[in-house]
Design a protein around this ligand. Structure first.
Ligand SMILES: [Cu+2]
Length: 190
């Protein structure tokens, strides 16, 4: 008789334990609360991109129309600003120059100010883009490597290959300056 009560008791106990476990599911909070920096980024026409860093932490980056980006909190605090602002320009602001057969193609490129020029080395030989006036320098570019430079001010920019002096090219930038300087209009007021 005592044994039966004991068995019954154990049964009840185990049922209670099982119910106890399944009755309180581990509720995961999947609701992502937008943080102020993320909201700030999107209010200023940025595109938020969440990346996972080396330690597995998540870092938000705010990407801008000009192709530049800021870590979202740095942007929120004003420690980082978009690199290039191209107000009112909706069409392409990129221009490609290929390096092929020891020549820049096209050798003369005319762009609007604010255009990012992308050089790509299609040769197996290394090349090195060097601005004649020292404004920019690519370093050694191996096959398939690219170098980019954004021309924010109007002007004629001659450049050459730092390895092969016979290779020359020219970028002519036309239009108003798109450089961010002191006294420029504040970003994202609309
Ligand atoms: Cu070269």
């Amino acid at each position: 008789m005592e044994n039966k009560i004991l068995v019954l008791g154990l049964l009840i106990l185990s049922v209670v334990l099982v119910l106890g476990c399944t009755g309180t599911p581990n509720q995961e909070n999947n609701v992502q609360m937008a943080n102020p920096a993320s909201v700030y980024c999107e209010q200023h026409n940025g595109t938020l991109e969440i990346r996972t860093d080396a330690t597995g932490g998540q870092v938000g980056y705010c990407k801008f129309a000009g192709g530049s980006e800021c870590e979202e909190w740095a942007y929120y605090r004003g420690n980082c600003t978009p690199g290039v602002v191209t107000p009112g320009i909706a069409t392409s602001t990129k221009s490609d120059i290929s390096i092929e057969n020891f020549a820049f193609n096209p050798s003369v490129t005319t762009v609007r100010t604010g255009t990012t020029v992308i050089w790509t080395n299609y040769d197996n030989s290394q090349h090195k883009i060097v601005s004649d006036d020292g404004l920019f320098e690519s370093g050694y570019m191996s096959h398939g490597e690219t170098f980019i430079y954004t021309f924010t001010d109007a002007g004629t920019y001659n450049y050459h290959c730092g390895i092969h002096p016979s290779m020359t090219g020219k970028v002519i930038a036309e239009g108003e300056s798109t450089a961010i300087g002191s006294g420029s209009t504040p970003l994202g007021t609309g």
